[in-house]
Write a protein that binds this ligand. Sequence first.
Ligand code: GDP
Length: 473
Amino acid sequence: GELATRLKQTAANVIKKLMGLGVMASVSEVIDFDTASLIADEFGAKVEKEVHVSIEERLFEQDEDPEESLQERPPVVVVMGHVDHGKTSILDAIRKSHVTAGEAGGITQHIGAYQVVADGKVITFLDTPGHEAFTSMRARGANLTDIAVLVVAADDGIMPQTVESINHAKAAGVSIIVAINKMDKPTANPDRVMEQLTQYELVPEQWGGDVICVPVSALTGAGIHDLLENINLVAEVKELKANPDRRAKGAVIEARLDKGQGPVATILVQKGTLHKGDCVIAGTAVGRVRTMKNDKGQFIEEAGPSTPVEITGLTEVPSAGDLFDAVADEKLARELADKRAAEEKERQFSSYQKVTLDNLFSQIAEGERKQLDIIVKADVQGSAEAVKQSLEKLSNDEVRVKVIHAGVGAINKSDVMLANAGNAIIIGFNVRPDPVAKEEAAQCEVEMRMYRVIYDAINDVTDAMKGMLAPKI
Ligand code: GDP
């Protein structure tokens, strides 16, 4: 019937032709494309197949790069650790000791990342100490980092945020190198640090394990070069590669609104090469790269893999962690930005995507979940450990229960960010979330459950898991 209307024929005429082809069809029959095109041909009309291709498919280059296109790229390194253990000092010491000749004395700008050259090899550092930036990026699917330098003060040893950092790095699957800092202090005790590390499954090389520990002093500069050498070593083993000959792809590290220049964003190119004048989309921001600066504040024309650059020209300020893509079609990019903005709005109104004990069952039923990740916070170390063990014992063939972080103290923002990044839930024992954590959890819809009795928590998780179990045939 519909085909007849489009051909401006009567249905009877079309049916007759169909019968001629041996197809017995009624007016409401659905016929396939090939049949329809034969019939249309008979009436002197042309048909075209309508193909649905998503905007992303039309806009982005294929994500897989052929093996032969891959070339070595610098490692991307983040510095993590407990407050006051010397993260900022180490980043500064590295930057100061490894500026190349021509740059010495030049103004180094803070753009959120910088590069140094050690033994002829380039290393990229994310200049945002602490793991907040790191986790928010991961929550958006941008896994930027290859190596985490875990800073531990030799006179203080492993502290709560050291443990957090270890678990963040493990959850992200990045290699860990330990910098035992403040070795200049008379009270420095590196052996104690190494011994403590083994309690977190980080066995130092010195003791037959595979974790590189480098004693350093950010104050005197001792050991800093050794640290860089070891970063190069780990990078080499990891065989980090990217295709430089394609349109650039990467992520936003920092962004701000500048009065004179408009939106300014630091982006890290992960693959491909970004050129001045390229059209880019970052989250919901679109635009042409108007200016591009490197970490030394020099204007540059192009930037390859693992290079951080500060760009202007975007229509709005993107968020840290937003993925960016250089694209060929600006109009289509704007369409995609609109679509993303609409999706973002929709996401804010629905609550289905985050895991909770209540929705576990449906997530499993849809084949989306075979593992439940949990963060445990308790008032004392003993209960944190006990709860961790009891919960993990609930694992069975269908569902794995994994405690990705167990710690002591109030639930804080970092816990929530870790949960958000890894889609985990948080269980608290005789502790409460601090106000910032509470707000953050509400915003990113991370489930937090508070208990006074271990038994109650085990019961709740067990019940949820019964719902999770795949039906037996
Ligand atoms: P962050 O909070 O981890 O970024 O730590 P900072 O880099 O701000 O350092 C905290 C404090 O430790 C500062 O007062 C630094 O001067 C001091 N500090 C950092 N590294 C060293 C070191 O190698 N030796 C000594 N003696 N002090 C250090």
